[in-house]
Design a binder for this molecule. Structure first.
Ligand SMILES: NC(=O)c1ccc[n+]([C@@H]2O[C@H](COP(=O)([O-])OP(=O)(O)OC[C@H]3O[C@@H](n4cnc5c(N)ncnc54)[C@H](O)[C@@H]3O)[C@@H](O)[C@H]2O)c1
Length: 439
């Protein structure tokens, strides 16, 4: 059996957030990467050394290495030594099942060029059983005993390249040789690998990590709902409860977004139902987290009504399109904005304006809002919503922009990013803080 030794042969299928950051991590330690991307516009862009997503260091490394250490093509090389699968695996909510079409297509194209020595590393997040039941049969049709492991991506967006060189790597396989091969590949990044006994164990670890985070966040949101129903400040309760108290921290209330946290609990629930167990906690957490946007818009509408304002004469600024502000990202997948913009439109607001510190104006426009600077938006709009926790909000003199206004505006600080100035803001506008549901 040929050991992994030649540094010149790592292929990465799917150059989105996961495939590109993984490629960059290997490129920075001098590895040669053969990137395979199905979308032609993305390939062309990468070949020019340009990147259409935000992740620290990715743009610079791609610009430097493309055409030398980094090849970008539509197809795999013949008989690749190592292939990472990093394609999307969405959950189809309408059909209530995972969409594995991209994964199956990627595996088919690997089967066409692989040989007995090729190591296939599934990195996409999948329901439990997918590696054995979907990936393995396609590869086995080509070679008798494919070398295959499941090794999930567990980095956080906005810090992916940094974490790729630090987080322990879970590798699921029943085969010692395949584990050693995969561990040797990851050792190029100087990371430690943890072997688990099966594909299924590794698949479940990934889904468990994200579902756990979703549940933890939902508890913060439940606390916020209860606190606000008593007219209490949820941030005060969570902040003081956590201070110097040696127990697990209560999560800060807020939207729960991103492509993974809004999808992976569904993959885990689907997997569980397949074996006859109906998950309770995971399901309740997801429902609670998903209900935030609708409840906040209802609260906003009620507050507007109390002020006697008509939607037809109201312009709304929505700031914070990315699903989170820390670590900063340009990703809008699973962002609250996707639910809130259509609701505001349906209510009949006069104008809908959008701002973000990282998300491009093109993306803001494509989601149906008119891009505007934060300063101009604050001056122009009567209703202002801050949807994420980007640190730049706290740095700006938000309150000064509210001076010399004819009418008091409505400002929703949903993450408490203006908390330090809340007493000043309360004198200058109708100021609402937090994601609790209010009364
Ligand atoms: N985004 C994250 O931070 C993150 C973290 C952990 C795990 N994951 C998982 O990793 C996987 C990828 O996520 P992502 O955010 O990078 O998705 P993405 O949509 O940003 O990227 C996937 C890329 O794969 C390409 N692709 C699809 N089919 C292909 C094929 N047959 N051959 C070559 N390229 C193909 C797409 O064009 C796209 O560019 C998903 O399963 C996701 O759940 C994502």
């Amino acid at each position: 059996m040929q050991p992994y030794g030649n540094a010149a042969d790592i292929s990465v299928m799917g150059l989105g957030y996961v495939g590109l950051t993984l490629s960059v991590a290997f490129l920075t330690v001098g590895e040669r990467i053969h990137g395979v991307e199905a979308q032609e516009p993305r390939r062309k862009q990468l070949l020019k050394g340009e990147v259409d997503l935000y992740e620290p260091s990715v743009k610079e490394v791609v610009a430097e290495k493309v055409g030398s250490l980094f090849a970008v093509t539509a197809t795999l090389p013949d008989r690749p030594q190592v292939v990472f699968i990093c394609v999307g695996t969405p959950y189809d909510k309408a059909l209530d099942r995972p969409s594995l079409e991209h994964l199956e297509a990627a595996v088919q194209s690997i089967a066409e060029v692989m040989d007995e020595q090729t190591l296939v590393i599934v990195r996409s997040t999948v329901p439990i059983g997918t590696t054995r039941e979907v990936v393995l049969p396609i590869l086995t049709a080509k070679v008798k005993r494919p070398r295959l492991v499941f090794a999930p991506e567990r980095t956080i967006q906005g810090k992916a390249v940094e974490e790729l060189k630090r987080l322990p790597q879970i590798i699921g396989t029943e085969n010692e040789e395949d584990f050693k091969f995969a561990a040797a590949v990851f050792a190029k990044l100087s990371i430690h690998s943890i072997r688990v006994s099966s594909f299924e164990a590794a698949e479940m670890i990934k889904l468990t990590c994200n579902s756990h985070t979703d549940v933890i966040y939902s508890f913060g949101n439940e606390v916020a709902a209860i606190a606000e129903s008593y007219g209490l400040d949820a941030m005060e309760i969570v902040g003081a409860a956590n201070l110097n108290y040696p127990r697990p921290d209560i999560a800060r209330p807020g939207f729960v977004g991103g492509s993974c946290l809004t999808k992976d609990p569904f993959h885990l629930m689907y997997s569980s139902r397949n074996k006859g167990y109906e998950p309770q906690l995971i399901s309740a957490a997801r429902q609670l987290n998903e209900s935030l946007s609708g409840r906040i818009v209802s609260r906003l509408d009620k507050n507007r009504d109390e002020l006697g304002w008509e939607w037809s004469s109201l312009d709304v600024l929505v700031s914070g399109f990315a699903y989170k502000g820390v670590p900063q990202t340009d990703d809008v997948r699973g962002s609250a904005v996707l639910d809130i913009l259509p609701m505001l439109k349906q209510l009949g607001c006069r104008g809908l304006y959008g701002h973000d510190f990282i998300v491009s104006e093109g993306m803001i426009a494509s989601l149906g809002a008119t891009p505007i600077s934060l300063e101009d938006g604050i001056k122009k709009c009567q209703i202002i919503l801050i949807l994420n926790n980007h640190p730049q909000y706290a740095e700006m003199d938000f309150h000064l922009l509210l001076d010399n206004q004819e009418d008091k505006k409505m400002v929703y600080d949903l993450w408490g990013v203006l908390r330090e100035k809340s007493s000043v803001l309360q004198t200058k506008c109708n100021f609402y803080q937090g994601v609790g549901f209010g009364v």
